[in-house]
Design a protein around this ligand. Structure first.
Ligand SMILES: Cc1cc2nc3c(=O)[nH]c(=O)nc-3n(C[C@H](O)[C@H](O)[C@H](O)COP(=O)(O)OP(=O)(O)OC[C@H]3O[C@@H](n4cnc5c(N)ncnc54)[C@H](O)[C@@H]3O)c2cc1C
Length: 450
């Protein structure tokens, strides 16, 4: 591709900003990032309370976040945030350890889990070889194609018909492979972080995000946080870029004609050679004329109704740690409090953030008002009563496709549209809804097409 091409990037979240970084690294300097809001970072959202950043959106990373590591190295900073301590509570507030191998009542169950975990690790290395490359190209047809999940990320590709199993909901995938108990290990970092329930979400999403090494890092709480919050990763990258994002940019129309892309931004027309979209693909139709195939594919994207509340806690009720309530992580308990996060173990003056899901495929989505009331009641039941809601967010969350759409080859069809009419797609739905997967996808997109 011509290095002088003028490139428009839609969205100043992790996907758009990392895309700009990788473009610069490859010698492309003629780009503009359009961000509709007044700040960069998207779902990495870290407001300051009592002099410290809290997390309303993305919280943590792991040592396998290689693309985030690229950003850190590019800008010269590191993950310097408070370490995390997590415990489990029953919904009545009793603290317990579901994985306590010393409790005689737990021993047989833990033995079975360990055995199934070892089996799963072996299956992933052998039967499902290639499962963990970034993105979903070829999976539905039994192929893998992409960069390996190792620090040097070599390109790998090959045939593996077993990969077709990854389109099954994770629960079915585990049953098929006779490892049903391992869901107990995977659920903590998955469902309460807004990624849905194992009886609905294709295994590909679960395992590409929580590949074996990332899962083990979560289990051992070997995780990264950032003192100024995850938003600061992207703020710093934005400051370092040759062309920081154009904030408060409202794109009201996009037209593609005569080999060019015409954007109307804040009422002014801008002309580009290339367009990269990292903003929600299922919302494009409201300001962009889509081809029929685009319309058809993007209309199949699903999201999760996911809420976070930052709350002050009543005097004397402040939680000791962050808590996971496993009993609330089932579809029948949707709307209930799943996790609440104490950002810094050494502080008792920072808001606590709650995480809850209100939707499930094929079931009625609970109203926002009802969900909020349930979360506040659950906090009180867990003996950490909220005195005030300081911030609240209902997110556009975890764009994905369902099992049958995945199996029918949705990803290969969308990948085949990359580059048509000078348009490329990146961001969450193309890989997975976490900061590293989207940045990794942006890296590969630049490698593949630019
Ligand atoms: C509560 C919560 C917890 C999370 N926890 C973690 C975690 O612990 N670890 C992790 O890795 N990830 C986590 N995530 C997910 C992570 O934040 C996202 O996956 C990541 O930010 C996705 O990056 P993105 O750039 O694709 O999209 P976004 O972050 O959504 O950014 C998209 C950007 O595009 C802008 N935009 C949208 N439409 C337009 C338009 N028409 N024109 C211009 N701009 C537009 C938006 O304003 C936004 O800034 C969490 C998210 C939330 C909400």
């Amino acid at each position: 591709m011509d290095k002088n091409n003028r490139i428009a990037i839609l969205g100043g979240g992790p996907a758009g900003l990392s895309l700009a970084m990788y473009l610069e690294k490859k010698g492309y300097a003629n780009y503009v990032i359009y961000e509709k809001s007044g700040r960069v970072g998207g779902k990495c959202c870290s407001p300051v309370y009592n002099g410290a950043a809290i997390e309303l959106g993305a919280v943590m990373g792991a040592p396998s976040y290689y693309a985030v590591k690229d950003v850190e190295e590019y800008c010269g900073f590191t993950h310097d945030g408070p370490s995390m301590k997590r415990e489990f509570k029953r919904k009545d507030g009793t603290v317990y350890d579901p994985f306590d191998g010393n409790d005689p009542k737990n021993v047989p169950h833990m033995k079975r889990i360990r055995k199934q975990l070892a089996r799963m690790a072996l299956l992933l290395e052998t039967k499902y070889k290639g499962y963990d490359v970034n993105g979903h190209r070829g999976v539905a047809f039994g192929r893998y194609e992409g960069d390996a999940a190792t620090p040097s990320r070599p390109h790998i590709e090959g045939e593996n018909p077993n990969l077709k199993d990854l389109s099954l909901p994770f629960k079915e995938f585990c049953k098929l492979n006779k490892v049903p108990l391992i869901q107990e290990m995977w659920i903590g970092p998955f469902t309460p972080f807004g990624y849905g329930y194992f009886d609905e979400i294709p295994a590909a999403y679960v395992l590409k995000y929580l590949d074996m090494q990332t899962l083990l890092n979560f289990t051992k709480v070997n995780l990264w946080t950032w003192k100024e919050g995850t938003e600061s990763i992207w703020r710093r990258l934005n400051e370092k870029l040759m062309h920081p994002a154009a904030l408060n940019s409202l794109v009201t129309s996009i037209e593609r004609k005569d080999g060019k892309v015409f954007l109307t931004v804040n009422g002014r027309e801008e002309v580009f050679d290339i367009l990269v979209i990292t903003s929600p693909l299922d919302q494009l139709g409201s300001f962009m004329k889509l081809r029929e195939e685009e319309q058809e594919h993007f209309s199949k994207i699903l999201t999760v109704a996911y809420d976070t509340f930052a709350v002050d806690i009543e005097k004397g009720d402040y939680p000791e740690h962050s808590y996971y309530i496993l009993e609330n992580m089932t579809p029948t308990r949707r709307g209930h409090l799943q996790v609440y996060y104490k950002r810094d173990e050494s502080r008792i003056d920072l808001p606590i953030v709650t995480y809850s899901i209100r939707s499930h495929l094929g079931k009625r989505t609970l109203s926002y008002k009802r969900g909020k009331a349930m979360v506040l009641a659950d906090l009180a039941l867990a003996k950490n009563k909220a005195s005030k809601v300081l911030e609240e967010h209902s997110w556009y969350y975890f764009p994905h496709v369902d099992s049958s759409t995945y199996a029918s080859g949705w990803y290969d069809e969308v990948e085949a549209m990359q580059g048509k009419e000078n348009t490329f797609y990146a961001g969450e739905v193309m890989s997975f809804g976490d900061m590293d997967e989207v940045s990794e996808y942006s890296r590969e997109l630049v490698e593949r097409f630019f």
